[in-house]
Design a protein around this ligand. Structure first.
Ligand SMILES: Nc1ncnc2c1ncn2[C@@H]1O[C@H](COP(=O)(O)OP(=O)(O)OP(=O)(O)O)[C@@H](O)[C@H]1O
Length: 292
């Protein structure tokens, strides 16, 4: 099941507010998602998981609206319509340890209303194959490595070929080769569907995402292309041979030189900014700073 054209909007959220007691996790978030991979960046506690849970209909916002494929997902029928087209990989999928990989994905496929046994089993084999777990499908979840379990969880999210995929930090704990495999898969999947990807990996965002949204303290701070995010730090990244105490971030690199992001002194040797530099100029570093 796919979106029909690159301009289709799969999901639109408007003024979404969500509070957990006194904590305002989302403070008026608006966003629209179309075909392709949209990256969601933000510091710990920014509200990324909460936003994904709202879009995945796992939690209801206190205010605002969310539409998906033209349906109001805060209504019963709209919620059902979205769930039928949704694949969701949460941060902690929660596996039954004695299930095999096949049994786990089959269990999810039953929940996804695939009622015909032979067709369902064919679908389970297809998605396990898609994540490269053909050979491990008879292994019990407790015997799989963390990276393999993550792949099983992704396979489960892919059951039924959803038009909207929501992935909460899917590459966490993966080795570089597995991360590359996931990247390839996400890029393929994003060709004809909407993928919303929460991550702390700025390289994943740079190499995969058509759009990147930065949230901090429950608010959208930026929405645009990865290059535009990097461009926010143009003229604000420089190098020198000593630390720059007044900079937003300043560290000694492996070559022995120091790299700084902030307000450069006159005559500084400017560097090409990365997406991470752009991100650093946006988020509130008071909440994320680590002392050297
Ligand atoms: N179930 C909950 N009950 C109370 N507060 C919560 C709950 N879930 C999240 N929060 C709070 O809401 C805010 C947003 O949390 P959220 O998990 O959405 O952030 P995040 O950007 O996904 O963080 P991380 O990058 O660490 O996963 C935080 O202040 C968090 O402590």
């Amino acid at each position: 099941m796919t979106l029909s054209s690159a301009t289709d909007v799969a999901v639109r959220a408007d003024g979404v507010v969500l509070r957990y007691g006194r904590t305002t996790a989302l403070d008026g978030v608006s966003l629209s998602l179309g075909t392709g991979v949209t990256g969601l960046l933000g510091p710990n506690g920014a509200g990324k998981t909460t936003l994904l849970r709202v879009v995945a209909t796992a939690v209801r916002p206190d205010a605002g609206s969310v539409t998906a494929f033209g349906h109001d997902v805060l209504s019963g029928p709209g919620r059902l319509a979205l769930r039928r087209r949704l694949g969701y990989l949460p941060q902690d999928p929660g596996f039954h340890p004695s299930f095999t990989a096949f049994e786990f994905v089959d269990y999810v496929a039953i929940l996804k209303e695939l009622t015909v046994r032979s067709a369902r089993h064919a679908e389970v084999r297809r998605v396990l194959n898609q994540v490269g777990l053909d050979a491990q499908r008879g292994k019990r979840m407790r015997a799989l490595s963390g990276g393999m379990r993550q792949r099983v969880a992704l396979a489960a999210a892919l059951v039924g070929d959803p038009a909207l995929l929501i992935l909460d930090e899917p590459t966490v704990g993966l080795d570089p080769e597995q991360r590359m495999r996931f990247r390839e898969l996400f890029a393929d999947l994003g060709e004809d569907r909407a993928v919303l990807l929460s991550t702390h990996q700025t390289e994943d965002v740079m190499s995969l995402c058509r759009t990147v949204v930065v949230i901090d303290q429950g608010r959208v701070r930026f929405s645009g292309t990865p290059s535009d995010l990097a461009g926010l730090a143009a003229g604000r990244v420089w190098t020198s041979d000593a630390r720059a105490p007044g900079a937003l971030a300043s560290w000694r690199t492996g070559t022995g030189n120091h790299r700084h992001v902030g307000d450069p002194p006159a005559g500084a040797v400017l560097l090409e900014p990365t997406i991470e530099d752009g991100y650093l100029t946006l988020v509130d570093l008071r909440t994320t700073e680590v002392q050297p």
